[in-house]
Design a protein around this ligand. Structure first.
Ligand SMILES: NC(=O)c1ccc[n+]([C@@H]2O[C@H](COP(=O)([O-])OP(=O)(O)OC[C@H]3O[C@@H](n4cnc5c(N)ncnc54)[C@H](O)[C@@H]3O)[C@@H](O)[C@H]2O)c1
Length: 269
């Protein structure tokens, strides 16, 4: 049995806790949960039957074989570092928090012979991008469209005083590389970080962020050109009910990553 600990009891953490308890109950035990907001942890504890234990994050890491970070960009790096240093595996959802420090984190995983997992999230095409990377990739572009409400407190929007109220038509908010995108939109654009890690790095990965009023889905378009040819993918994601910034597919992709860890047959690159 793999002992799993979940840090962050929000939209994603909650669903992964249920997945450990139901879908993967024969292979995984939910050792405990942690959250910086004790009320969030207690709410999940109350909803899970049988009851799950709440631990401080550091203690939970010590008790587990696999730690799932579903907390925040600010927590991801430290949690990954602490977990890998103890020779335990870690799944990171707040991928933006690792960007720029990936060399150090990847080295830690190698030194301690443990695994670091980054689910694909709400985008489609990580498999093709990884295959393309075995040859030469020339360009990777991500265009993300989301309803304006999800962008309102983004540092980039606040800094540039962009008014998102009463938008009548779609508005290009940002165009730049993935490093700048993650800095300006830390809660919205983890997929650009994942795309960067799987492809040609954050400085070379181009990102466009567009606010689209009257749209009910989060749309990600990925365009890749390389020596292999090119591909284009588009996903139209329903937002989760609890957190409109988080796509339903991102949650499912995290569950699918757990399944991939467990399965002896791994399909796809
Ligand atoms: N990789 C992807 O494709 C992808 C997709 C969606 C969301 N995300 C990221 O995953 C993370 C979780 O998303 P969510 O929708 O569940 O968010 P959420 O806001 O619903 O839940 C986050 C939870 O983490 C807790 N938390 C915050 N900082 C913490 C810390 N330092 N230590 C412990 N707990 C902490 C919060 O109190 C909250 O309960 C976010 O960082 C989000 O940006 C990634």
């Amino acid at each position: 049995m793999i002992k799993v600990g979940i840090i962050g009891c929000g939209t994603i953490g909650r669903e992964l806790a249920y997945a450990c308890r139901k879908r993967f109950s024969e292979e995984m035990t939910l050792e405990g949960i942690a959250d910086s907001d004790i009320h969030r942890a207690k709410k999940l504890q109350k909803d899970l039957k049988p009851k799950v234990k709440i631990f401080p994050a550091d203690e939970l890491i010590q008790r587990c074989d696999l730690v799932i970070e579903a907390a925040s960009k600010h927590a991801a790096y430290e949690l990954a570092k602490k977990t890998l240093s103890q020779g335990k595996d870690v799944m990171i959802m707040s991928v933006g928090g690792i960007l720029g420090k990936e060399k150090e984190i990847f080295k830690l995983a190698k030194t301690h012979r443990c695994c670091l997992y980054f689910p694909s999230g709400g985008i489609v095409g990580i498999d093709g991008l990884k295959a393309a990377g075995m040859g030469k990739i020339h360009r990777v572009t991500l265009t993300t469209r989301k309803p304006p409400q999800g962008f309102e407190d983004a540092p980039y929007v606040v800094k540039h005083n962009i008014n998102l109220k009463n938008l009548k038509q779609e508005k290009l908010l940002f165009e730049g590389n993935a490093t700048e995108a993650v800095r300006g939109f830390p809660k919205n654009i983890n997929v650009s970080a994942t795309l960067s890690l799987a492809g040609i790095g954050a400085k070379k990965t181009r990102v466009r962020i567009i606010a689209t009023p009257h749209m009910l889905v989060n749309v990600h378009e990925v365009y890749v050109i390389g020596d292999f040819g090119s591909f284009y993918t588009r996903s139209e994601n329903f937002p989760s009910e609890q957190n409109p910034r988080t796509s339903r597919l991102a949650i499912l992709s995290a569950v699918a990553t757990l399944e991939r860890i467990l399965k002896n047959v791994k399909i796809g690159t």
